[in-house]
Design a binder for this molecule. Structure first.
Ligand SMILES: [Zn+2]
Length: 242
């Protein structure tokens, strides 16, 4: 009987350490570079370590370029503490936070009123959760409306629009099988023109799953200045993680 070695969990190529995630569903070797997630190799189950290493080596210039881009972004902003006077983002702007007695807030513990964010006093550790719920609720309304606006222009109507947490690397996902488009709730922290770019991008995926020339032609018809918007999105990164 042959002894099977356990699959490796990490891989060092030159001076770079990659965590290895094995997947039975993957067909191709992928690499991801994330500010918080670090370097990761996504590997189809059963690929030999030597093959993995040579695939990573071939992509090293790209990995180094990505790392330099992340360096240029600088460290992520400090997480908000939800104290009075702090500025919190919404649709590309920031609004000063004031604390209000819960009795004066019938609509819930978070509100955006007269150019200020209001937060019910005394929430302490629950403040972030209350804000995330507020953002997700507004993301649902905003993205639902923008999808309804752009769907006829792109010529593709999704079966549903979902807002959820998509982690630190993705703003939107299009499932070609269920035809459901999903968006990160954090998208509503970005300016409206960036929100719209992600909407058009995901709707175009209903026609074209890949980022080939046909995909970008579709995007261009609806949004000729998508390149500027995409550049703005990547330069902002996930800078407003709350
Ligand atoms: Zn895409």
């Amino acid at each position: 009987m042959k002894l099977r070695r356990a699959p490796i969990e990490s891989l060092t190529v030159d001076d770079l350490l990659f965590a290895v995630s094995w997947s039975r569903r993957r067909r191709t070797i992928g690499i991801s570079v994330a500010r918080e997630g670090g370097l990761r190799v996504l590997a189809p189950a059963g690929v030999p370590a030597r093959k993995l290493e040579s695939a990573v080596r071939a992509k090293l210039p790209w990995v180094r370029r990505k790392l330099a881009e992340l360096d240029a972004l600088g460290p992520p902003p400090p997480r908000p503490r939800f104290v009075a006077g702090e500025r919190l983002p919404y649709l590309g702007r920031t609004y000063r936070l004031t604390l209000v007695d819960a009795a004066e807030m019938p609509g819930g513990p978070v509100a955006l009123r007269r150019g200020r964010f209001e937060l019910a006093r005394g929430l302490d550790g629950e403040a972030r959760g209350a804000f995330v719920r507020w953002y997700a609720e507004h993301a649902r309304a905003r993205l639902g409306a923008r999808v309804a606006h752009f769907a006829p222009l792109v010529g593709a109507t999704p079966a549903g629009v979902v807002v959820r947490d998509l982690g630190t690397r993705r703003w939107g996902v299009c499932d070609g099988r269920t035809r459901i488009v999903s968006f990160h709730w954090e998208l509503v922290l970005q300016p409206p023109e960036i929100v719209d770019y992600v909407v058009v991008h995901e709707l175009a995926h209903l026609h074209e799953p890949n980022h080939g020339p046909r995909f970008w032609r579709r995007v261009t018809v609806v949004m000729p200045d998508w390149k500027r918007r995409r550049a703005a999105l990547s330069s902002r990164g996930h800078r407003h993680t709350i």
